[in-house]
Ligand binder design. Structure first.
Ligand code: SF4
Length: 94
């Protein structure tokens, strides 16, 4: 195995402390009407997926790495706040 890792391998090294409440919400009607639905493609942690049955956006907030990309790519759909204190991703090792 080489020194370089895929993004999926790197994400697998992160530690998370899950909150029961999501720190992300989606304006679903706005999302459904967006022809680009960019948030499905910009998130490095694949937090957003499309429900093919009803066209809504599924949010797997537990995987969020708090990069902020979705807030820039789709501010009209995303309501994103930092997780409550002590929750979310932990970048510190050890
Ligand atoms: S902040 Fe980053 S990791 Fe979290 S949902 Fe948005 S794009 Fe994905």
């Amino acid at each position: 195995m080489g020194l370089l890792k895929t993004i999926e391998e790197k994400l697998g090294l992160l530690k998370y402390k899950f909150d029961r409440e999501s720190h992300i919400s989606i304006e679903q009607e706005s999302f459904k009407q967006d022809p680009t639905q960019a948030i499905l493609y910009v998130c490095p942690a694949k937090v957003y997926t499309k429900n093919e049955e009803d066209g809504s956006c599924i949010v797997n907030y537990e995987n969020c790495v708090e990069c902020g990309t979705c807030r820039i790519a789709a501010p009209q759909h995303v309501r994103w706040f930092y997780p409550k204190g002590g929750m979310g991703v932990n970048y510190r090792q050890g």
